[in-house]
Design a protein around this ligand. Sequence first.
Ligand code: ADP
Ligand code: ZN
Ligand code: ZN
Length: 729
Amino acid sequence: MTIIHVALDIPIDSLFDYIAPDATQLDIGLYARVPFGKKFMIGIILAISDDAHVSHDKLKQADEILRNIPPIPPTLIELFEFCSCYYHYPIGRVIMNGVPTRLRSIKPVLQRSITSFLFRLTETGHAMALSSIPGRNKTRHYLLTHLKEVGAITSKEAKQLSQRAPKLLQEFLAQGWVEKVLEEPEFTLNINASPILQLTTEQITAINTIQAEIGVFNTWLLHGITGSGKTEVYLQITSMLLKQKRQVLILVPEINLTPRLEEIFRSRFPTTHLISLHSKLNPTERMNGWLQAQRGEASIVLGTRLAIFTPLPKLGLIIVDEEHDPSFKQQDGLRYSARDIAIFRAKQMNVPILLGSATPSLESYYNATTGRYRKILLRARAVKNASLPIIHYVNTRSVQLKEGLSEQLLVALERTLTQKQQSIVFINRRGYAPVLLCKSCTWLATCSRCSSRLVVHLTQKNLRCHYCGYTEQLPPACPQCGDQDLMPFGHGTQRIETALAKFFPHARILRVDRDNTRGKEAWQFILNAIHKQQVDILVGTQLLAKGHDFPNLSLVGVLNADTSLYSMDFRAEERLFAQLMQVAGRAGRAETAGEVLIQTEFPNHPLYLALKHHDYDAYAQILLKEREITHFPPYSYQALLNAEAPHIATAIEFLTMASKLVEPGKQIEIFDPVPAQMTRLKGLERAHLLVQSHSRKKLQLFLSKWYMKLCKIPHRKVRWTLDVDPSEF
Ligand code: ADP
Ligand code: ZN
Ligand code: ZN
């Protein structure tokens, strides 16, 4: 009897067996519809044999093997298996996390031609004189005239011109007057097409170094300061691989960074089929992108972390831009690091991978010093005469602030306005004020479901929890003592925006935070406004700091930077440093010199001293020393067991029990369970347990044994997850 072993989206780490008389070894990787409980599910066939895990009379028959959907290729299955093994997460869940929902929905609609086509006038078509058109067919004349005006149309548009037009298009096609091309998605961002630049010496060295080993696996750390022209290096290396008919995968941390990069790559490679994969696509678009990549039609795949699971039969290069960015790590479900998986994948396919950053993660930086990665430096800004901005600190202990803004910053903003240059004011808090306080009884508005304070949003006149989304009306009086004198305390983006509008009534001010950037259009609008100089002052959160290139920006002000200086999370300082370097890096990217003003209570903190000199290496050395002494990554490998329960005691009790399940052995360190920093979240209380080792291999061995035991603990009131290489505590 032929049995197929199927991976299903079920939280159990095993395959499910079904009878499938018509299955052959060639069916591995295919999608199958199988009964599960009372319903049907779509799974992936991972193995075929004539042996089942359960007795044959208990087996059910598979409903159908879906042979019209291209199978998941073996290398991608291998990648999924690696993820399942490394992150200790059920294989079915891993696969279903990566495969587009549309392909695994119970009725996958798979049309033959999914993308729409354009009929584009060829040179022959262009050259056709209207008078030479045979016959006296008016529609034919009309259609050709129309094509000469617009260049290309879809068959749907043609139909709107005339019922007969689609048929005529086929005729034109046969004559060679038009050609059928894939429709390019519309994009409206209009940055000037990037000309091929005269490369800087550093760029040339970088490109030559990589080119010398273009056909083999290497992890290149492209450590280039902000504005050093890393994008140009990506473009040139990409071009080499496109010439070899290979596919290039480019990962970016944020969906907001895709439009700009997409535009740059499209204008450099106008005839190359590029697809952009990110979370805002609808399920059909995502499936189409996936299939185009799988068929090898899409040569450039640009996307956020999920794009790492795209099938790419001709993969020749992976680029991970802003490799240090925490967004590459998924924080729920399969807690994978897209950057780390990208490295695995590059090695698996024996292709080079480029990790680019002005502020590499300490892990990557360390790997480059030990020789595991190869480091390439870009030390200078690419644009002639552009230099790194000058950084000043305003000691907020010794000056009076007006609405959170120092006199120095106000003066600098005024000067920048007069010079018709742009400024950014950064504050990492959205909303109006982070706290609502009663002056008489010191009551604070807090979230009943989380250990957090409710943030005042004045525009919508409500209070909101930024962790769980809970919203309520602004109370007219203190719920505790009835006093009506409630005070918004502290500053958020909305409040700073209001204050700036008061100080600079003639300035055009634009706020950019998560409240007003939902949707791709919103971002395009913002980026266009900035590039067309329709904005003078931007007020925003770190959303604005990442990777953008704003040539007219010359002043950056930073408020409330200190908040993460003395945090419990050992990565907080590394992140703050990277963030501030990135923020500062937005200024003075063209020929206007940039200036950065940071308001802080600790201007003499080593972090600020290194930042002043733009000295990433100096600070990285300090942090590495600390990590070495405390045995933290990159000097050790970690895993975190998270538990959540209605009461913290239950979670701690579970973790204590879990810590005794497996004898850890000499090289594994198990810490005591502790409550999470955000102890209460969405009505549940959370704690975690850290496991650490100097050896990744030893840690993995331990985790495998441990995970099996954890899975066998009967379900109680505790929900647990295992996070390998955790990035947040
Ligand atoms: P980053 O390294 O921060 O990603 P970008 O790639 O965005 O830097 O480049 C910064 C700016 O420098 C861009 O405006 C880009 O067009 C410009 N640039 C890059 N290379 C060169 C070059 N060789 N000559 C002149 N300008 C360049
Ligand atoms: Zn009160
Ligand atoms: Zn909440």
